[in-house]
Design a protein around this ligand. Sequence first.
Ligand code: ACO
Length: 324
Amino acid sequence: MEAIKIIETARYAPSKIVTNDDLSQIMDTSDEWITERTGIRQRHISEGENTSDLAIKVGQSLLAKSGYQLDQVDLIIVATMSPDAYTPATAAIVQGELGASHAVAFDISAACSGFMYAMMVAKQLLQMPTVNRAMVIGAEVLSKIIDWQDRTTAVLFGDGAGGVLLEKDASATSILLGQNWQTFGDQHDALSAGYTKVANQFPGPVTDLKPFYMDGHGVYRFATHQVPKSIITAANQASIDVDAIDHFILHQANARIIRSVAKRLHVSQEKFPININEYGNTSAASEPILLSECVDQGIVKRGDIIALSGFGGGLTVGTMIIKY
Ligand code: ACO
């Protein structure tokens, strides 16, 4: 097994900020309700930038920080549930706009677990002799698929992107200590966005995309039960105690879910950094945005042990225990 390490982290969010008070001007909600139930105070919302635009900013930043040339990137994976189009893949647009013509590029669709799934796929592909460096980017413009009349989902989400540059390095010890990923397809209808109905006549009507739908209580129960289990399974595989993990970088869906996971694992909440207050739920982008912030702020340091864990549509869960 080839050793892999994270060379750089980066993030980008659109400059427009929408506060809870702003939302209360357009729907029947309040700052108090949103803050108490979710921990969210504001979110970044795109004005004109699509998912690929956000991912390109992250790609450019990863390249600039690492000092690598475009032709040294062999693989680009974008995890997203809000791609620019059905086809081409958002990753192909990113590859083309960056000019990384050497890289193979494709998307992964696993909602809020997308970044973890993409990391696991990248890790496997980095075992190939022709793949030495990979960009793994989580990017979302969820604001374009939200029903802004539906207060039960509209207040929860935001736009943003984050990513890492992974490198195969024979001289290093591998960052990957343990992993767990699972799909619960029997609960596929608990969360959906962009569902397209097939017409039962020919010629059918123009495709009607359904906006975001979520069984909030169901997903809440799923997350608070499955995330601790997934972290324990990955820690067992890594042969480490959950106590030995320095930071828990969890998908930022709800501050209450994060606190509940900490409690169930009997771990101090101080080990669970939270930035949902600033970004809301950015789905596949949330873990790499948080990781990048923690690295830049010196909270996550080289040698620290981190549990990265995502959960969401599918339903899906994915955890990686890594040594940063
Ligand atoms: N403002 C004011 N009131 C509201 C709002 C709002 N934005 N939304 C709902 N309410 C009302 C409801 O109508 C309800 O009123 P009622 O009691 O008169 O019927 C009341 O507030 C309580 O609503 P609940 O749905 O019970 O609120 P809850 O405490 O469960 O919080 C939430 C809802 C935040 C969605 C929570 O269930 C949750 O976080 N679920 C998990 C979401 C998640 O983790 N998603 C991750 C995956 S996302 C992905 O994969 C893309």
